[in-house]
Design a protein around this ligand. Structure first.
Ligand code: RNT
Ligand code: ZN
Length: 423
């Protein structure tokens, strides 16, 4: 055994002992972690571009800043980039695909006419990697969404077009889930809202409810497709009013048995989604998380191991919610290497989950129940610096992915050999 891997294993046994001393079984934690899939969002790889090549602006209030070299220009390039990212992340994960990443063989296919066949190459790719997939209708970057309105549109033709897009996407989701043998979460997010003071907050919401009812009219086997709906407080260009608000979708999800998608960037800046998980899961079977990092606004920065992220993971683990919570990433940063952005965010999410799984939860609960808040706080502080890093290194090594910052070497080489040539 090389000296460094010997040291790593020594550090791991010492960590096992340290955690055992507070009643935590490290190996059990790693077994759980190895079974949690994170859904990697395709759109980090090309700045939410997609392959329709319509020349349309991104729109929908979505903004990607930066122009780092090497953005994927084709689905093959995007898959190659994802291959590299996945090889640097421990575990088996999922791919989260947007409808605008369809492969139509150069033919223009309208969004309401998309078919599972247009995603066959993605499905084959995921199947070969034994990965599941999730899916999203794309309600932006399209002439019929140019005014920022889709499912709430007053124009019946446009509204109906977007309903049909939603119906087409649910069928694609079901085909994906069936092909891969695991349910596909098909998540609906629309940008619809108003920049400035509005006189009618009611009618757009009534139309949105009707549109969703029409979209979801056909029941689909939950073994193949699960519908999720994503709320937002405000966006660029919809600062005053967003039809699909939290209350709107929470009500809709409860009433109709849908998954609620909680995006970490979609609430007031001091509001965290961590606190919402145990509340909404009293009324919903399952939820979807869009793990993101807002800075002052819904800026979609790359996810890092922040207190916010740790709190999300802690709530999921402490509540025993792992089987009911689908974890997806949602950010887009074009100012750094895009493959690295996936690796950083996914590894951070896994580290947050590991940290949560390594908590002496029973002990902390006992302290809380007995009213010993002093020892509770002292324990929380103490466990922050237990040797989680040694457990993580061991996990990466046994999963066959680079330990520590070594993953960055692979990305750098790829940048020189592949990304830099994409001019
Ligand atoms: C937008 C939502 C939505 C998008 C993706 C691209 O504010 O978060 O989830 O980020 O659909
Ligand atoms: Zn989101």
């Amino acid at each position: 055994m090389a000296e460094s891997s010997k040291q790593m294993e020594q550090a791991f046994s010492w960590a096992q002992e340290r955690y055992a001393a507070v009643g935590v079984d490290v190996d059990a934690a790693l077994r759980v972690l190895s079974r949690v899939p994170i859904s990697l969002h395709c759109w980090q790889g090309d700045d939410v571009g997609g392959f329709e090549k319509s020349g349309e602006e991104l729109g929908g209030g979505l903004a990607v800043t930066g122009n780092y070299l090497g953005k994927a220009r084709t689905a093959d390039e995007l898959r190659a980039d994802l291959d590299l990212a996945l090889s640097l992340i421990p575990g088996t994960h999922r791919l989260n695909l947007h409808a605008c990443y369809a492969e139509t063989g150069g033919r223009r296919v309208e969004r309401n006419e998309l078919q599972p066949a247009h995603f066959q190459r993605w499905i084959d790719w995921a199947k070969a990697k034994k990965m599941g997939m999730d899916f999203n209708p794309t309600y932006f970057a399209h002439p019929k969404a140019a005014d920022g309105l889709t499912l709430t549109h007053q124009d019946e033709g446009i509204r109906r077009f977007w309903v049909e897009h939603g119906i087409a996407c649910r069928k694609i989701g079901a085909a994906i889930g069936q092909a891969l043998g695991a349910p596909c979460v098909t998540n609906v997010w629309i940008p619809d809202g108003m920049k400035d003071v509005t006189v009618d907050r009611k009618s757009p919401r009534e139309r949105l409810k009707r549109s969703l009812d029409e979209m979801f009219a056909e029941p689909l086997d939950p073994a193949h497709n699960l519908d999720a709906i994503e709320a937002k407080l405000f966006g660029i260009g919809s600062e005053t009013y967003v039809a699909g608000s939290h209350e709107f979708y929470l009500g809709y999800a409860v009433q109709n048995g849908k998954l609620l998608c909680l995006d970490a960037g979609h609430f007031h800046p001091t509001e965290t989604i961590a606190d919402k998980i145990s509340a909404v899961l009293l009324y919903l079977d399952e939820i979807l998380l869009h793990v993101s990092r807002g800075i002052r606004w819904d800026s979609d920065h790359v996810v890092i191991l922040s207190d916010d992220l740790r709190a999300i993971a802690q709530e999921v683990v402490r509540g025993g919610y792992l089987p009911r919570v689908h974890i997806g990433l949602d950010y887009f940063d074009a100012s750094i290497n895009r493959v690295a952005a996936w690796v950083i965010g996914t590894r951070a999410m896994l580290q947050a989950l590991l940290g949560a799984l390594l908590e002496p939860i029973d002990r902390l609960r006992q302290l809380e129940q007995s009213g010993d808040y002093t020892a509770r706080l002292a324990t929380f502080e103490e466990i922050k610096t237990l040797p989680q890093g040694a457990v993580w290194d061991h996990y990466c090594a046994t999963a066959g992915v680079p330990v520590g910052l070594a993953w960055l070497d692979g990305v750098r080489k790829y940048e020189t050999d592949v990304l830099a040539r994409r001019r």
